[in-house]
Design a protein around this ligand. Structure first.
Ligand code: SF4
Length: 408
């Protein structure tokens, strides 16, 4: 067998099912409130106010992985959203316009996405989330609130942290009103502590891939990151990662690699191609190559969370992220990852509709290759719009890249 199954996946499927059913229930109930949140938005504040939290990016990734996205994007184009912009946004709006959701495919008793009582964004990742959420706020006639974060940040300074922490504190009053719950700083501290624990465990999970052979691939990571994204700040996420970590540590102990006969170790820089996860996972495995790590999966490691200082530590954690930073900081980070994970080559995914998560357009691959001598390959594609990808062309490039590694 080329790809090995992870036993914890059964538990993962169960907790993701529980998560979506709780959201569905909250959406139909008068007592519970639903907040939509951007993937690296201030989820802890929302959780402390007892909102059920829905993450549209996770939904859009499901549209991608179920290969529904490409056909839905034109419906958003038809109301004025360009085919050139974020295909999470266009696929998600297209799905809404067509009354379609992959949630019904996965869970037949769930008929629609949960209706929001409020939408909360942070522009740390991009401005697109603000536009995207703004469209839905208008559609559902509910409030839109958010945090504006500077981008291309070099060092994260005290001034940055004060500016963002203040915006986070300012969210409390309007959110308190919508939730009908009183804000309690001790509850927030507890949630931040759980988020920190989840983040530390997720980091340990990802770091098992530094072992040769690696027990875990980037493709596994894109599936198992679900709880770190949508359930951070809960005990369920913490419990899940303890179990997953034990399984991977067992693999490490027994020298079991995720890819049989691992010969090369690659790093994936950029967004996943959701509709082709299995395709690429099998292609790399057939070449006895393990894509061991990625910036994408690492993006839900938040080192700064500190329950003693919840607002400032959240402000720091959500601003230190790779996507928010300058090229210089990004290159330093990639350099560290390449050494830590013992990487032979880097795949840069140039995602046509996400410039924010694409780092191959301004000379970074060449600079890294010159500095540390690690070869790279740029694949043109997209996170959700499969019309931007040529399977044949990328297969040929990947095979040629592996041959190049064999010769070096
Ligand atoms: S980071 Fe990219 S993929 Fe994610 S919401 Fe922003 S534009 Fe879309």
């Amino acid at each position: 067998m080329l790809r090995k199954k992870i036993k914890a996946t059964k538990m993962l499927n169960q907790i993701m099912s529980d998560y979506y059913h709780e959201l569905d229930h909250a959406s139909k109930s008068k007592d519970k409130k639903v907040a939509w949140c951007s993937s690296v938005g201030p989820a802890e504040i929302l959780r402390s106010l007892e909102f059920e939290i829905y993450f549209p990016e996770n939904h859009s990734a499901m549209l991608g992985s179920s290969r529904m996205a490409t056909d839905l994007i034109p419906y958003a184009n038809a109301i004025g959203y360009s085919p050139e912009i974020c295909s999470y946004l266009t696929a998600d709006i297209g799905a809404y316009l067509k009354h379609i959701t992959p949630l019904s495919k996965a869970y037949p008793d769930i008929k629609s996405i949960p209706k929001p009582d409020v939408l909360v964004f942070n522009t740390n990742q991009c401005r697109e989330v603000q536009d995207w959420f703004g469209w839905f706020a208008n559609e559902f006639k509910v409030p839109l609130v958010g945090i504006s974060t500077p981008r291309t940040v070099d060092e994260v300074t005290n001034e940055h942290i004060t500016f963002i922490a203040q915006q986070m504190e300012n969210l409390v009053k309007p959110l308190e009103k919508i939730s009908s719950n009183k804000f309690d700083i001790d509850i927030l501290k507890h949630v931040v502590a759980l988020s920190r624990e989840c983040s530390e465990l997720w980091k340990k999970v990802l770091e098992t891939a530094a072992t040769i052979p690696s027990p875990f691939t980037f493709f596994d990571g894109t599936i198992h990151m679900g709880p770190a994204v949508v359930m951070r700040g809960t005990q369920q996420a913490v419990d899940y990662y303890k179990i997953l970590l034990l399984e991977l540590q067992e693999r490490v102990k027994n020298h079991i690699g995720a890819v049989d006969g691992e010969r090369f170790r690659l790093y994936w820089e950029g967004m996943p191609i959701w509709g082709r996860l299995r395709h690429y996972s099998e292609l790399f495995a057939s070449l006895k190559t393990c894509v061991v790590a990625s910036t994408y999966c690492n993006s839900w490691i938040f080192k700064a969370f500190d329950e003693k200082n919840p607002f400032r530590s959240m402000a720091k954690a959500y601003t230190e992220l790779f996507i928010v930073r300058s090229d210089e900081i990004k290159e330093k980070y990639l350099h560290e990852m390449i050494e830590f994970f013992k990487i032979d080559g880097i795949i840069f995914h140039d995602a046509k509709t996400c410039p924010h998560n694409t780092n191959s357009r301004y000379g970074m691959p060449q600079r890294l290759e010159n500095e540390i001598g690690v070869p790279n390959l740029v694949i043109n594609g997209d996170l959700n719009d499969l019309r931007c990808l040529s399977d044949e062309q990328s297969r040929t490039s990947i095979e040629a890249f592996i041959e190049q590694l064999e010769e070096s």
